[in-house]
Structure formats: structure tokens, C-alpha cells
Design a binder for this molecule. Structure first.
Ligand SMILES: *Cc1c(COP(=O)(O)O)cnc(C)c1O
Length: 395
């Protein structure tokens, strides 16, 4: 790989090196212009007629179809609506209702806290349901033990703290072997990791669009339902926009065709406009190509840290790139114990933006679309220099 090549999407952040795109993706070219058009031309000019005249009503499916190839899904399998936590509640509720003889949901201790709060609440509200939260290393055993009582596995592909990847194809296969479904959270996968929804026969997934998809603060989530399951599963939170005929205002709910039945409420049109414009940056790039670049960025960051890290700064992410998402996390220990916040602040003062996951991790997201190799190598040097300065001050 040519390490002097510029980032494929161009440079989006000039004055700093932005390694926090796994928390909030940077502003892509074209988004600001599209947003002002959505406000000044569509909203101001078309007013309520905009729902039909400006494509607002179809945006959840249209933008979903743009995300589909990024996660290896087919057209008509992805809808953009709600937020990740709410979309997870819908999917989990749907699965538990569809298979009342199976009540067990298996998840892991490393799952994102919000995902676990949702799972606690949903399983508590469905009679006979039970949430089993196990160590990641015990997942295969827990799936086997649950056997015919397993309703679903409920996992996040990339660990938000360490960037470690679960074996998505393997765990999905294990769930299927028991007759259960697999629900995957793709928040830290979409746009950087090859998910392969179709290739791996994934059942159900959600993900947020404001991380590596760069949809902007509070951008809605996406929801994926495998085509073959779409008629079987029911939206447990039906609303008028998912009705077969929303403007007939019928008393009884009847589901719309396809993914549209998963809509509950009015689409967030301005947020969808920003997201749709941000996704244009992916045009002409495959996820295979971006994943290859993401791995190379990670390898370069880690090699630089290996060379320059002072005592107390160590790699917390898997060294094997096949087991790592698009982030590198560093642990502060020994002479740097308790210094993760200081290291993030000192790195930011020197122009490198990452973030902290308590108690001891500094996290650096590597967005392959808009980061160059040069920026990532420089960032790793700056972080190591900052850590050395903190260590010297402490010692
Ligand atoms: C970022 C993230 C979320 C965010 O959930 P929202 O409800 O959209 O705020 C959920 N799960 C995981 C794994 C995340 O990384």
C-alpha cells in the first residue's frame, strides 16, 4: 500500500488530526451545502408539500438502500429511523414475540451499556424471557447450553473499548444451529469493517450513522432485517408511518410492505439530508478497499507506538489485525496509572483528538476515508511524546 497516498475522501479536518471519528465522524464535503438546500429551498419553499415533492417521505428507505452495500445487505433490507437503542428494543421485542417458546437471550459483558440496559428492560417486559450476560470467551458455550430455548444472540461486533472483533460469522452460525436468530449491533463496524449481511446470512442488525458513516451529531440509526424474515417479524412499536395506509387514519394498524413497517414516527428529514449527503463520500469506494486501508492505518499506528511508547503506555487492542476493528486503544498503567484523561487532554493540546474510556484507556479511531498515513503516524508520535512528558512530570 502506498503510504504517501492522500486519504481517498480528501482531508476533512485541516488544523488537527482527528482520531475520534468512531465517536462522531467529521463533516464530509457537500453536507453543509445539502443541509442549507434542505432548509432554504425545500422547507422554506415547499413547506408541507415537501413530504411528496422533495422525497422526504421515502428518505428512510432511500437512505437505507445507500447504506445496504456498505454492510453487504441487499436493497430493501435496510431502513433508517430511530436511534440505535430504540431500534435494538424493536428488534429484540419482535424476536421474543415471534418465538414464544424460546425465551433466552445471550449477550456478553463487553457489550455497550446502552445495549444492555435495553436488553434488561425488554426481557423484563416479556413473560418467560431471560437475559444471560456472559464473558465473551464463554459465548459459544452459553449458546450451546441455551439450545432450543435460545431466542437470539445479541452482540456488538466491535468492542467499543478495545476495538476487539467478535467472530460474527462463527457466532451467527452457532446461533442458527440452535434454531435461534442473531441480532448484531454494527455501530463501530458500518463503513470500516466487512460485515457481509448477505454472505453471512445475518438475520437482524442495527447501527448508528454518526460514527464512521459521518451522518452528523444525533443522526438516526439504521435497521437491517433479512428479506426472508420480513413477513414473519412484527414491529413491536407500531406507529402511523409504518401503517400500510398512514393517511387513511384507520383505527387498526396494518403493516406496510417490506421494511417500511418498522417505521414508528415521522422521519427526521434534516438529519436524513445530512446523512444522505455524507454517504456520497463512499461512492466509488468498496468496503473491502476501506477495510484494507483501515488495517494498514492501524498497523502503522501500532508500529509507531511500539517504537516510541514510554513506560506505562501499552497496546490494549488486539495485535492481530484480523481481530481488530478500526480503532487502536492504549492503556495507561505503571508510571502513567490514572493518566488517561491527562494524556487525551495533552494530546489534544498538541493537535491530536482522541477520547478516553475509563478507567485507563485512550481510544483512537482510524477513519480510512479521510485520514492519511502521514497524519496517523504523526498522531502516534505526538501521543507518545505527550505520554513521555506526563511520565517525566510524574516521576
Ligand atoms: C454509539 C453506540 C450506540 C449509540 O446508541 P444511540 O441509541 O444511537 O445513542 C449504541 N450501541 C453501540 C455499540 C454504540 O457504539
Amino acid at each position: 500500500m502506498d503510504l504517501s497516498a492522500p486519504a481517498p475522501g480528501g482531508t476533512w479536518v485541516d488544523d488537527r488530526i482527528y482520531l475520534d471519528g468512531n465517536s462522531l465522524g467529521a463533516l464530509a464535503p457537500g453536507v453543509a451545502g445539502r443541509l442549507s438546500e434542505a432548509v432554504d429551498v425545500e422547507w422554506k419553499g415547499h413547506l408541507a408539500r415537501g413530504w411528496d415533492e422533495c422525497g422526504w417521505m421515502d428518505a428512510p428507505e432511500r437512505v437505507g438502500d445507500r447504506i445496504a452495500p456498505l454492510i453487504g445487505a441487499r436493497a430493501g433490507e435496510v431502513l433508517v429511523c430511530d436511534t440505535t437503542s430504540i431500534a435494538l428494543a424493536k428488534l429484540l421485542g419482535a424476536v421474543l414475540r415471534a418465538r414464544p417458546s424460546r425465551g433466552v437471550v445471550v449477550t456478553s459483558t463487553d457489550n455497550f451499556p446502552s445495549d444492555l440496559y435495553v436488553a434488561d428492560a425488554v426481557t423484563a417486559s416479556v413473560p418467560g424471557a431471560e437475559l444471560r450476560v456472559v464473558e465473551p470467551a464463554s459465548l459459544v458455550q452459553a449458546i450451546r447450553e441455551a439450545g432450543a430455548s435460545l431466542a437470539a444472540t445479541y452482540l456488538t461486533q466491535v468492542d467499543f473499548r478495545t476495538g476487539e472483533l467478535h467472530d460474527l460469522p462463527g457466532l451467527t452460525r452457532r446461533a442458527h444451529e440452535t434454531g435461534a436468530l442473531a441480532i448484531w449491533d454494527l455501530c463501530h463496524s458500518a463503513g470500516v469493517v466487512e460485515v457481509g449481511c448477505e454472505a453471512n446470512a445475518l438475520d437482524l442488525a442495527v447501527g448508528c450513522t454518526y460514527k464512521y458513516l459521518n451522518g452528523g451529531p444525533g443522526a438516526p440509526s439504521f435497521l437491517y432485517v433479512r428479506r426472508e424474515l420480513q413477513a414473519e417479524l412484527e414491529n413491536p412499536l407500531p406507529g402511523w408511518l409504518g401503517h400500510a395506509s398512514p393517511f387513511s387514519f384507520e383505527r387498526e394498524w396494518r403493516p406496510a410492505e417490506g421494511m417500511r413497517r418498522w417505521l414508528t414516527s415521522t422521519p427526521p428529514v434534516l438529519a436524513l439530508a445530512a446523512l444522505e449527503a455524507a454517504l456520497e463520500a463512499f461512492d466509488g469506494h468498496t468496503i473491502a478497499e476501506l477495510r484494507e486501508r483501515s488495517v494498514a492505518l492501524g498497523e502503522l499506528f501500532i508500529a509507531t507506538v511500539d517504537e516510541l511508547a514510554p513506560a506505562g503506555l501499552s497496546l490494549a487492542s488486539p495485535r492481530d489485525p484480523g481481530r481488530r476493528g478500526s480503532q487502536v486503544s492504549l492503556r495507561c498503567e505503571g508510571p502513567l496509572a490514572g493518566s488517561a484523561d491527562r494524556l487525551a487532554a495533552e494530546s489534544a493540546r498538541r493537535g491530536v483528538i482522541g477520547d478516553v474510556r475509563p478507567p485507563d484507556l485512550c481510544r483512537f479511531g482510524l477513519s480510512p476515508l479521510y485520514l492519511s498515513f502521514e497524519q496517523v503516524a504523526t498522531a502516534a508520535e505526538i501521543v507518545c511524546d505527550a505520554a513521555a512528558a506526563i511520565g517525566r512530570a510524574a516521576g
